[in-house]
Design a protein around this ligand. Structure first.
Ligand SMILES: C[S@@+](CC[C@H](N)C(=O)[O-])C[C@H]1O[C@@H](n2cnc3c(N)ncnc32)[C@H](O)[C@@H]1O
Length: 326
């Protein structure tokens, strides 16, 4: 086991629930315009109103967050509310921004409040049915792209949630096909909506299959299997930040008494699905990266097990290659 500082056309398996296939192009997102609303409420006035909802109309912190809310719900650049303060706010932007500010006032995480999360070059829809994609997970996509020479064959994203990893691979890689699986039907509704947002030329065909891994993809042959699985132990759950505990889905977070149950199952099951030379790439809890790497290394069907670090130097990923041994 080493340690690094850097970081054929499948068919849906019988019994797998096909939730969505990428089909139509994304609908254009609503943008702020000059349409009058609320007595010609200006964008600047809207920002002040939202800052008041958030706590204080005069505090710079709440005004900054209010501007971020307006920019996000308007699908506009971050500086846009400041540079267009005198413009009239679109009715739809006003309504969505007020809803988001009220949600923030109740403590909802920003991404859920505005219904959006950035992941690599994608802007994804998110709500409480899915984990909010984390910045460190973006690196997992780089690892897969690099290990597969930019992508080829089938890539499977186990526990796809919002579809973040699957859709990044589908839009950035040269995979023939990408499959995202999840045990949560609710999550796959969100993933399917995101697939519709990013569908277009150059995007690999992507589908989302419902079921506990590996049932939905049994019988497929993959060049890459990637997962950011749940990896918090039951005992650790109480130490999670309150915003995570209160708002994010437990099925996306918790993995048994030791936090390793889902990871171990993915390692065990993926060897039968990966092609020889295929890549397994896992996000892991930094406290258990060594344990995860040992699970993979003990399995003779894998070779080249590497623990990789995130940009802060924490051990956060384990990668390996499917060997020729059965
Ligand atoms: C940590 S979240 C990751 C979501 C997304 N891939 C991301 O990185 O933002 C884990 C996901 O795995 C799903 N999941 C949990 N157990 C699973 C299982 N046995 N099989 C498939 N998916 C599972 C959860 O529903 C959740 O969406």
């Amino acid at each position: 086991m080493s340690k690094s500082a850097s970081v054929g056309k499948p068919h849906a398996a019988p019994g797998a629930g096909v939730i969505a296939r990428m089909a139509s192009p994304a609908a254009p997102a609503p943008r702020a315009s000059g349409a009058p609303a609320d007595g010609d409420l200006t964008i600047g006035a809207l920002v002040l109103e939202l800052a008041g909802t958030l706590g204080s109309a005069t505090a710079e912190e709440t005004r900054r967050e209010a501007r971020d809310i307006v920019a996000t719900v308007a699908d506009a650049p971050r500086l846009w509310p400041a540079t267009h303060a005198a413009g009239v706010a679109d009715r739809d932007v006003v309504a969505r921004a007020r809803t988001a500010a009220e949600r923030r006032r109740r403590g909802m995480p920003f991404a859920y409040a505005v219904g959006r999360a950035a992941f690599r070059h994608l802007m994804l829809e998110v709500d409480e049915r899915v984990l909010i994609p984390r910045p460190e997970t973006e690196m997992l996509v780089d690892l897969v792209l690099s290990a597969t020479g930019g992508g080829a064959g089938l890539a499977i994203d186990v526990g796809t949630g919002s579809g973040a990893i699957a859709l990044a691979l589908a839009t950035e890689g040269r995979f023939e096909r990408v499959v995202g699986t999840d045990v949560s039907a609710d999550a796959l509704v969100v993933a399917a909506a995101n697939a519709r947002r990013v569908a277009g030329p150059g995007t690999a065909p992507t589908e989302f299959l419902l079921g506990a891994y590996p049932a939905p993809v049994r019988g497929l042959r993959a060049r890459a299997i990637v997962s950011n699985p749940p990896y918090i132990s039951y005992a650790e759950a109480s130490a999670l930040p309150s915003s995570v505990r209160a708002w994010e889905p437990p099925v996306a977070l918790l993995a048994g008494e030791d936090g390793l149950a889902t990871t171990a199952a993915i390692v065990e099951q993926s060897a039968a699905i990966l092609e020889p030379g295929g890549v397994l790439a896992l996000e892991v809890d930094c406290r258990r990266a060594g344990d995860c790497a040992a699970i993979v290394a003990r399995d003779a069907r894998y070779a080249g097990v590497v623990v990789r670090q995130d940009l802060t130097g924490r051990d956060r990923f384990v990668t390996a290659t499917r060997s020729n041994r059965s």
